[in-house]
Design a protein around this ligand. Structure first.
Ligand SMILES: Cc1cc2nc3c(=O)[nH]c(=O)nc-3n(C[C@H](O)[C@H](O)[C@H](O)COP(=O)(O)OP(=O)(O)OC[C@H]3O[C@@H](n4cnc5c(N)ncnc54)[C@H](O)[C@@H]3O)c2cc1C
Length: 273
């Protein structure tokens, strides 16, 4: 074991205590198993390995790979529904995702590396709740909703609510819903990662900017199309800053990235004319 300021960290998986394995076939069975004390859901396990090394207590692992419906992708009433078990590679290359939100699909295809993208899922990326992971930044800007099945029944949350941990133990994320895909322009900038990433969604005259970083939860501001990006980014709260970059510097970066993305949108519109 290593002693770090954050506590004891096991450098290998050999120190993991034995646990029971559940392999449910339906959402209902998964939630029943997931509600047990010490139960942990598992999808691609790419983050769980790190969690085990960080000292995760797990009495039973609920593997979700056989659960019906979690890998579904569907377009419904202008919204795009993505199952929580859709792997990064599959989602980024899915015909319906590419047709509905081409730049989101392209951004999704750039996260992590090829090996991780084959196994790791959108649901695991969100539910790991690590500020350095990018899905919540993109989905927050897109106004996505998160659909859960919990031991108490269905639950629907705004993507931003994830960081408040409002759902009960045993809540299973089943899908992510992006509304009104027909009326949205989306852009994503990760060139300044890990200091700052920026996702922008434009719907009509309203621009939503969500700024992420390795170190703090994503923050969102809304502005009108045509408003000065630097002024809009200045409205980001002080909590956007931390020891790695002051709030003032992150606001500056956010303004630069926002301007870049809005310029890219203008160029695309000109090309399309
Ligand atoms: C080398 C490497 C590079 C990476 N690079 C990037 C990157 O550039 N950008 C980026 O955004 N991410 C990156 N990641 C993170 C990666 O995207 C996540 O590890 C991955 O998406 C997690 O998905 P998973 O299916 O493996 O989740 P798992 O590891 O199986 O689970 C992760 C967490 O989510 C919980 N969970 C899983 N599914 C559900 C569910 N349906 N309901 C409720 N809880 C659930 C689990 O209990 C666990 O706490 C990287 C990871 C690695 C290992």
């Amino acid at each position: 074991m290593l002693l770090l300021p954050s506590g004891l960290v096991a450098p290998s998986q050999r120190t993991i205590a034995p646990f029971a394995l559940h392999r449910p076939g339906s959402v209902a069975e998964a939630v029943t198993a997931g509600a047990l004390p010490g139960a942990v859901y598992a999808q691609g396990c790419s983050d769980l390995f790190a969690q085990f090394r960080e000292g995760l207590r797990c009495e039973s692992l609920v593997a979700l790979d056989r659960v019906d419906g979690l890998t579904e992708v569907a377009a419904r009433d202008g919204a795009l529904l993505i199952g929580s078990g859709v792997a990064h590679h599959d989602g980024a290359h899915h015909a319906q995702v590419r047709a509905a939100l081409p730049s989101f699909a392209a951004a999704w295809g750039r996260i992590a590396n090829h090996r991780i993208r084959q196994r790791a899922t959108i649901g695991g990326n969100l539910m790991a709740r690590r500020t350095r992971y990018e899905m919540s930044v993109m989905l927050q800007a897109l106004g996505a909703r998160l659909l859960f099945h919990t031991p108490e029944g269905p639950l629907e949350l705004d993507a931003a609510a994830l960081w408040d941990r409002p759902e009960p133990h045993g809540a299973l994320l089943t899908s992510v819903v992006v509304p009104d895909t027909g009326g949205v322009w989306f852009g994503y900038e990760r060139s300044m990662r890990p200091l700052a990433t920026a996702a922008v969604a434009v719907r009509g005259d309203e621009v939503t900017l969500t700024v992420g970083s390795e170190y703090t939860r994503p923050h969102t501001v809304r502005l009108a199309l045509g408003e000065d990006p630097a002024r809009a980014a200045a409205a980001l709260p002080d909590t956007v800053g931390d020891a790695a970059a002051s709030a003032e510097y992150r606001r500056h970066l956010a303004g630069v990235l926002l301007r870049r993305l809005l310029d890219a949108r203008t160029d695309e519109l000109k090309e399309a004319m």
